[in-house]
Design a protein around this ligand. Structure first.
Ligand SMILES: [Zn+2]
Length: 251
């Protein structure tokens, strides 16, 4: 069984919705997908055992996807975490997070009762960690962004991070139980971002069993939900939904 908690569903600067962040749990293991500056403390609101988190995956180096790490790490230190924490991300993840910690809470790591272990993720290089099989592909975004697929216990999850789908990401998402895709705009074509129609098309092409739309531009998400639902209605083959923070999808 896989359990996905939508810790945050927002874009970078939404005053109502925390940055998109997913807690994925399976077989006693847990991983947080993206950790933005206003989402990371929400883990403590929604996770049963936040200091038991096994790993954090960073899709790319935009602040709304990883600047929450200092808060997550510092709070874990405060609460006496002892379990090793794995941080996975694109090339450069270790130096980025080390610099970020140094700027945010210098010397905090010297007080940590746990080790941080870094893994650099490369598209095409699959591996198993913390009970999950990890696979990656590059999206079309303004900087390299890793879409991720997790498989565990016969269940699968795809998360786009930021960016428009590519042939590689459609392949990666093939027959996934749940595709979580960013849909920054409704139908306006924006460089380096998905939109509702493109995300639904992607989910359909990949044969996904369900599709959650996240990371919507705040103006669209707050005022045009009727249009979004209408767009979803035009794709009846896709079981699509728009999650709220704290929603849980279990399968
Ligand atoms: Zn981004």
């Amino acid at each position: 069984m896989m359990r996905v908690t939508f810790v945050g569903v927002g874009e970078a600067f939404d005053e109502r919705l925390p940055n998109t962040s997913l807690l994925v749990e399976s077989g006693g293991s847990s991983i947080l997908l993206d950790c933005g500056f206003n989402a990371s403390c929400k883990l403590w609101e929604y996770a049963a055992n936040p200091i038991d988190l096994d790993a954090v995956f960073v899709s790319h180096f935009h602040a709304d996807h990883y600047f929450g790490l200092p808060a997550l790490i510092a709070r874990s230190i405060e609460e006496g975490r002892t379990k090793r924490l794995t941080i996975l991300g694109p090339s450069g993840i270790e130096s980025r997070v080390s610099r970020l910690m140094d700027l945010a809470y210098s010397n905090a790591l010297s007080r940590a009762g746990f080790e941080i272990f870094f893994i650099e993720c490369v598209p095409g290089e699959d591996f198993k960690h913390s009970g999950f099989r990890f696979r990656f592909a590059l999206n079309d975004h303004s900087m390299p962004c890793l879409a991720i697929r997790l498989d565990a216990g016969g269940k699968s999850l795809y998360y786009s991070g930021d960016g428009k789908p590519t042939d590689d990401t459609v392949d990666l998402a093939g027959n996934c139980d749940l595709v979580v895709h960013e849909a920054f705009t409704l139908d306006e074509i924006t460089t380096g971002h998905g939109d509702v129609g493109t995300a639904l098309e992607m989910a359909s092409r990949s044969g996904a069993k369900a599709c959650a739309l996240v990371h919507m531009r705040r103006t669209i998400r707050h005022t045009m939900m009727d249009m979004i639902r209408m767009a979803i209605g035009t794709k009846p083959d896709v079981n699509a939904f728009v999650p709220e923070p704290g929603d849980v999808y279990e399968y």
